[in-house]
Design a protein around this ligand. Structure first.
Ligand SMILES: Cc1ncc(COP(=O)(O)O)c(C=O)c1O
Length: 395
């Protein structure tokens, strides 16, 4: 059966984060007391004012296809949001609303990439980037980073990775899985390199924009010299805890927005109408309306850092954003734990699931085999219990 599938499909693999979550859910259904720290999903209920807007939209009869790129009213609100939060100037013709940031990113890749084009991706990267690029039959060019430099690339590394085939640079800040946030100055330095290569486009995935702690979020499109090279992607999933509502959006040069509109018109017609109405209310609100969630995440981050310190063998750093920590666990490789030899981060993550019943995701899924991704988008009680169990099986 396998060879009936397209080469394109055979080239890609399942999402390891979704696979781990499904595994944890299955074990839970079988009666195991699994704590799931593998999820990239906040555990809050979306804000009440957004829920009310969705209910109102149902009552008001928003049941039908919307314009392909989204309701005009929503696109106007997105422009206002981009200006209010990021000082970016877009017009509605530069905006496309999609079924999650995931679709927004895929629309851009399908718009730009041909076979054998190169896409530069700093590692660790979000799992889907690599597979999406491969799906387009293009070649990911990975720039490795190190924990000692907060998992960030510098301009020299970027310039060395550029070739005549480079079409796109793809990154997220705050980063999933590391929680690293590029500062304004660091983005400015990278922008100086991009300025020399106007043919290279930059996809800036800012889905964790509001979940920032000690470093303030900045958008790379802010630098006028490269504004026309940048596609800024964002969405409601993380900031508003609305993962299932599937609303993402982008601001881009008009030719890219037009192309995403063309693709989306053939693929999905439009994003969900009720969720779009709710998005108008969500994005019109000042970010201080969601600050309570960010404060909770910060508290959990500090709790995780306190608890992880107590476990011998975990090497870690201060994440400045998102809701993940990405500790180095390679000190356990080549050792026998409870009679089981651990060779890599995948085996370590499996070990934690089996012995501590804590689900995490192996760093290899994100391009770093020495680390482990632990999500703290869970209650404090669950975090405390999970780390107590991990400590117990390891010490
Ligand atoms: C970096 C990053 N980009 C994009 C997405 C996808 O977001 P959405 O739910 O809007 O498709 C995720 C979700 O985990 C993510 O971590």
């Amino acid at each position: 059966m396998k060879n009936r599938l397209s080469h394109r499909l055979q080239n890609i693999s399942y999402s390891q984060t979704i696979a781990m979550s499904s595994k944890a859910r299955k074990l839970k259904n079988e009666g195991y007391d699994v704590i799931n720290l593998s999820l990239g999903e906040p555990d809050f209920t979306p804000p009440n004012f957004v829920l009310s807007a969705a209910k109102k939209a149902i009552d008001e009869g928003y049941h039908y296809y919307t314009p392909v790129s989204g309701y005009f009213e929503l696109k106007k609100v997105i422009c206002e949001k981009f200006y209010r939060d990021n000082l970016l100037q877009y017009t509605p013709s530069q905006i496309v609303v999609s079924t999650g940031a995931k679709q927004a990113i895929m629309n851009v890749l399908l718009s730009l990439l041909n076979k054998d084009d190169e896409v530069i991706i700093p590692a660790p990267y979000w799992v889907s980037y690599l597979q999406m690029v491969k799906f387009c039959e293009s070649d990911p060019v990975i720039i490795p980073t190190v924990m000692e430099k907060n998992f960030k690339i510098d301009p020299d590394q970027l310039e060395k990775a550029i070739t005549s085939k480079t079409k796109l640079f793809l990154f997220s800040s705050p980063c999933n899985p590391t929680g690293s946030v590029y500062s304004y100055k660091e983005l400015k330095d990278l922008s100086e390199v991009f300025k020399k290569y106007p043919q290279i486009m930059i996809l800036s995935d800012e889905i964790y924009e509001h979940i920032c702690y000690s470093e303030k979020h900045a958008s790379i499109a802010i630098f006028p010299d490269i504004y026309h090279q940048v596609i800024t992607v964002n969405g409601l999933s993380k900031a508003f805890s609305m993962t299932g509502w599937r609303i993402g959006y982008l601001g881009a040069p008009e030719w890219i927005a037009k192309s995403c509109d063309k693709i989306q018109g053939q693929m999905t017609s439009c994003a969900n109408s009720i969720a779009q109405r709710a998005a108008i209310t969500a994005l019109s609100a000042h970010p201080n309306k969601i600050e309570y969630m960010i404060k909770k995440f910060e508290k959990r981050k500090n709790l995780v850092l306190d608890m992880i310190k107590e476990i011998d063998g975990f090497q870690f750093y201060q994440p400045n954003g998102a809701f993940y920590i990405f500790p180095k666990v390679s000190s356990f490789f080549g050792k026998k734990l409870h009679g089981k030899m651990i060779q890599n981060s995948y085996e370590f993550s499996e070990f934690l699931l089996e012995k501590a019943q804590v689900a995490t995701v192996s760093g290899s899924a994100f391009g770093d085999n020495e680390c482990l991704r632990i999500s703290y988008a869970s209650s404090e009680d669950k975090i405390i219990e999970a780390f107590t169990r991990i400590k117990k099986v390891l010490n």
